[in-house]
Design a protein around this ligand. Structure first.
Ligand SMILES: NC(=O)c1ccc[n+]([C@@H]2O[C@H](COP(=O)([O-])OP(=O)(O)OC[C@H]3O[C@@H](n4cnc5c(N)ncnc54)[C@H](O)[C@@H]3O)[C@@H](O)[C@H]2O)c1
Ligand SMILES: [Zn+2]
Ligand SMILES: [Zn+2]
Length: 380
């Protein structure tokens, strides 16, 4: 019997494949299928490493799915389009979206939500439409991550999981807006809606927390306290607008007590940007009675349950979660890219390292050791 005829549109390219939890990625030759209806295939230009990639790769509390291609904070160029795609053309510059927008479901048409029912965050390692993968190695399927998988020279995404951006935007910077930077800005502006003169405390000064800080500063917050266990974050925090820095390890009393004193009874807003549910409880205790609002953004590395004394809520605090800063990704992300082009928001200072694709494991090491903010990996 003759072997099955291979679709000539299948691409063979390099991808960094994770074969097991916490195992170094291996550069492999993978086959990437052509885009199916309503999908596009993208040539990835730059991808930055976000903490969520590390958390899911380590898979301590999340279902392990391997072999898998991680990466979800990326910029690229449309290489080919599937049947029925009208909003993209080959050559368009795009950002990938780890949580898409179908524009039709109950959530997409409501003004209240960015959690699309059809193209929301995909957790099973497959494509939304047919629950299959578009990557394989010698016929063996390779799982996706958030239906993006940007640690590959080419990837296939649903057309609702990418957004066209200005071709004037530098790909090696705006990729950060595809997840972490936008998540932090949106938490400050859309989710908390910080008002002028308010007091803010931010737990965790990575890219996400620093973007909450710049968002708070741009809204005119009077006091922005940054809390981080890494003392190296003090200086960077000040460059993004924090007015005070606290290292909880240097405190002789619980950090929430220090914050209550500094803010005369608790902050108006607190943000958890660590990925630690214990820190969510501390953040709740750090905001004030009556109207204190805690916004949690982190993806926990361990213990997924949050615990808090009910009295914190009886006395008027609110705990709010948020994905991608509450932005409707297709409708609202291009305006953030334009703000960056007009120099109204800071992104460049978040890029601490640039590296070629072959060195991707170095980016994982730097992030695990707390030695970087964003490493931008130049894929193509
Ligand atoms: N909700 C979303 O849409 C969204 C988007 C992007 C990232 N995330 C999540 O947000 C979190 C932050 O992401 P990031 O990329 O900025 O990560 P990061 O690792 O760069 O930053 C985390 C910071 O927290 C600090 N930290 C660790 N333990 C701490 C503690 N106990 N108290 C205070 N600070 C502590 C670290 O030193 C580091 O500076 C992660 O959990 C990530 O998965 C969520
Ligand atoms: Zn992310
Ligand atoms: Zn939708």
């Amino acid at each position: 019997m003759s072997p099955p005829v291979k679709d000539p549109r299948v691409i063979t390219c390099k991808a960094a494949v994770a074969w097991g939890p916490g195992e170094a990625l291996i550069m492999e030759e993978v086959e990437v299928d052509p885009p199916r209806p309503d999908e596009i295939r993208i040539k990835v230009i730059c991808t930055s490493l976000c903490r969520s990639d590390i958390t899911l790769w380590e898979s301590k509390v999340h279902t392990p799915l391997f072999p898998r291609i991680f990466g979800h904070e990326a910029s690229g160029i449309v290489e080919s389009i599937g049947e029925g795609v009208t909003e993209f053309e080959e050559g368009d510059h795009v950002l990938t979206l780890f949580s898409g927008e179908c524009m039709k479901c109950r959530h997409c048409i409501s003004g209240k939500s960015n959690i699309c029912e059809t193209l929301g965050m995909e957790r099973s390692g497959v494509m939304h439409s047919d629950k299959k993968t578009r990557f394989s190695i010698k016929g063996k399927p390779i799982y996706h991550y958030c239906a993006v998988s940007s640690f590959s020279e080419y990837t296939v995404v649903h057309s609702g999981c990418a957004v066209k951006i200005s071709s004037a935007a530098p790909m090696e910077k705006v990729c950060l807006l595809s997840c972490g930077a936008a998540a932090g800005l949106g938490a400050a502006w859309k989710v908390a809606d910080i008002s002028k003169g308010s007091t803010v405390v931010i737990f965790g000064l990575g890219t996400v927390g620093l973007c909450v800080a710049q968002g708070a500063k741009l809204r005119g917050a009077s006091q922005i306290i940054g809390v981080d266990t890494n003392p190296a974050k003090c200086e960077k925090g000040k460059a993004f607008g924090i007015t005070e820095f606290i290292n909880p390890n240097d405190c002789s009393e619980p950090v929430q007590q220090v914050i209550k004193r500094l803010t005369n009874g608790g902050a108006d807003y607190s943000f958890e940007c660590v990925g630690d549910t214990g820190v969510i409880s501390t953040a709740l205790q750090s905001c004030c009675d009556g109207w204190g609002l805690t916004v949690t953004l982190g993806v926990p590395k361990a213990k997924p349950e949050v615990s808090a004394h009910y009295g914190l809520f009886l006395s008027g605090r609110t705990l709010k979660g948020s994905l991608f800063g509450g932005w409707k990704p297709k409708s609202e992300l291009p305006s953030l890219v334009d703000m960056y082009i007009r120099k109204e928001i800071q992104i460049d200072e978040l890029v601490t390292h640039d590296m070629p694709f072959k060195d991707i494991n170095k980016a994982f090491d730097l992030m695990r050791e707390g030695k970087c903010l964003r490493c931008v990996i130049h894929v193509n």
